[in-house]
Design a protein around this ligand. Structure first.
Ligand SMILES: Cc1ncc(COP(=O)(O)OP(=O)(O)O)c(N)n1
Ligand SMILES: Cc1ncsc1CCOP(=O)(O)O
Ligand SMILES: [Mg+2]
Length: 239
């Protein structure tokens, strides 16, 4: 996203549909049909197509999450995705890796409990948008106090097909608890097993938006999937 400051980026972002671009969720058919010499080339070409489609459908944030790519590949993929997101005015975030986020000029980084701490990341990279994962109200408050710019809260529903070590479903009530604890200080997206059927429930419990892997990456028509989520979430919250 082309914007002057971190705060500007956070405020200009449409948080309602947050795509986690994880190539491991692509169907074999989509990878097989994509352009490229090697399987890795085809996987990245396929995920780029999915990202473009989701952005056309209204996704406002894209995260690169590829647990099997090398550091070099991540930087190459990240540069390409940042470029695509810039074209749509969307925010681009790298999962786990602050070094990769800085190297590819990403807008931000998403950090979980096994990644570098938010306060450390803030010290190293004052201009990066920093997202953090949370599963409860107390942890969420600490993350915001530590400098997190937005939160990913879950797993709201069953998500272990996409993330083997995801928590058991916490239910949408966790979103209301976290929102109660952090107030309107930062955007918060609900994550884990979110789909077009339950997205409205996620929003109704105080989330600014929904973060999804399978619902878009594994969809036959990712553009329609993103558009459906956007409609289900409804009008954007103030935060
Ligand atoms: C938006 C968003 N929320 C939560 C997560 C999960 O992050 P983490 O707990 O670090 O797990 P991995 O995704 O790294 O396996 C996320 N990636 N994005
Ligand atoms: C990365 C992540 N963090 C918590 S659940 C999850 C996976 C979400 O994937 P899906 O949207 O396919 O359930
Ligand atoms: Mg992580």
């Amino acid at each position: 996203m082309k914007a002057t400051s971190r705060r500007d980026k956070i405020e200009r972002t449409d948080w309602r549909v947050y795509l986690i671009a994880d190539p491991s969720a692509l169907s074999a058919e989509r990878v097989g049909a994509a352009a490229g010499q090697t399987d890795k080339d085809r996987r990245f070409s396929a995920i780029l197509d999915v990202v473009r489609a989701a952005l056309r459908g209204g996704a406002g944030v894209v995260q690169l999450r590829d647990k099997s790519a090398t550091s070099r590949e991540l930087v190459e993929y990240g540069r390409a995705l940042q470029d695509v997101c810039d074209g749509f005015g969307a925010l681009f975030v790298v999962n786990d890796r602050i070094d990769v986020a800085l190297a590819c000029g990403a807008d931000g980084v998403h950090l979980g409990p096994k990644d570098i701490e938010v306060s450390e990341a803030r010290r190293i990279a004052p201009r990066l948008v920093i997202g953090a994962s949370s599963g409860d109200a107390e942890g969420a408050r600490a993350l915001v106090e530590g400098g997190a710019d937005y939160l990913g809260v879950g797993a709201v529903y069953e998500a272990r097909a996409s993330k083997a070590d995801a928590s058991a479903p916490r239910g949408p009530g966790v979103l209301a608890e976290v929102r109660g604890a952090i107030g309107e200080s930062v955007p918060m997206v609900g994550i884990g097993g979110v789909n077009v059927q339950n997205a409205a429930q996620v929003a109704a419990h105080g989330a600014s938006g929904v973060a999804v892997i399978r619902e878009i990456v594994a969809a036959d028509e990712p553009e329609l999937a993103a558009r459906g989520l956007l409609q289900a979430v409804g009008p954007a919250r103030e935060i």
